[in-house]
Write a protein that binds this ligand. Sequence first.
Ligand SMILES: [Ca+2]
Length: 458
Amino acid sequence: MHRPLIFLTAFLALCASAASAMPPGTSLRPEPRPATSQATPEVTVSSQQSSLAVVRSIRPALRGADVAANAQPIVEVNLRTTPTSDAGFARWIDAFQGRARAQGIRQATLDTAFRGIQLDEQAISRDQNQSEFTRALWDYLDSAVSDARVTNGRAAFVANRQTLEQIEARYQVEAEVVAAVWGLETAYGAMRGSSHIIAAMATLAYEGRRSAFFEAQLIAALQILQSGDTTPENMTGSWAGAMGHTQFMPTSYLDHAVDFTGDGRRDIWSDDPADALASTANYLAAFGWTYGQPWGMEVTLPQGFDYAQTGERTKRSTDYWNRQGVRLADGGGRIPDHGQASILLPAGSQGVALVIFDNFHVIERYNPADAYVIGVGHLSDRIGGGAPFAGSWPRQDRALSRDEREELQRRLTAAGFATDGIDGIIGPNTIEAVRRYQATVGAVPDGYASLTVLQRLR
Ligand SMILES: [Ca+2]
């Protein structure tokens, strides 16, 4: 039933050329955890304390007016004259439409959504050529919480103050945190992505390595269109499906997007960010955000502190940490009581130390990488007038490559410190293995998966 047509897409080339202009270091999509294996094609993350390795984002980078100007069909060509892969795509769309109808998608919706569709070759190339380049946490934070992003965030905050304050009042999520997510996801709306979501999701479902995942996203995108929230032309985002000012995946949109403006449409794509920002607040609220609780605070650790107590898995009362001699880095005071807390050393004993509260784990629902959570949290503090971190980072260190991370896991496992798999992701099991190994050899047991640990294992 589809019309096998193809249109030239000048905007794809423009997207590629604009990639160098993208400011955020990582892409963020609200997706349920555990997300590291299936949900975040643009970010390789670990979900625990030494998630130093963050793959650079490869999100497409045009926005609003450019997309509108360039995304229109220019020339229509019969698909049967195009390469085999496109003919295969046409057959796939035929079969998919049957599955979509079985899930309640009307033919009229399908006809509109797939009119003029073509294979999104950029999505394929991006999906197949994800960078192995990894950034150290401090390099990531240099970008995520750069002076420019702080300055722009304060300006965006002022410009949208009334909306943000109304959202805070309704959803009980601090305006600075919502603004920080906005800042990290799309540089406050400047980089919302110009990929056609239907084409990109259909392409990745047809040819991608995670077909079931992207077909579910495609069905969700069609449900959004069927509900009348937006049109296929306006439904744009990243090549991997993240949409709007705060980069919602279609399935997360269905669960959490809201119509804050009251016009009957949950329009996270428009220039007006109100619906998108409210949707983000609603998302965080749904996952248990505690109003008034910090995400975390920078601390100093006393001489003789037992580093074996660090890590997200060890939760203690703030009173316990205060009795251990942990103090706020800013002013040296005691940690205020915001419930159970952990001490996080994202770059080991030589880097910034944090006390983190439950809200840290709520931000993880947006993206489980510690680097991202710290980026959002710290940016929110900076937008609110807070100071940069007082501590320093071990900038002489470099991030381990994927091969090195796997080697680390192999060597730890061989040495009797099981990492529960060799996947190249420095997660809680690997961190714990590092910590136990460090304790055995008389090193500071901070769980920091550094080159030093790897070299010692060799
Ligand atoms: Ca609306």
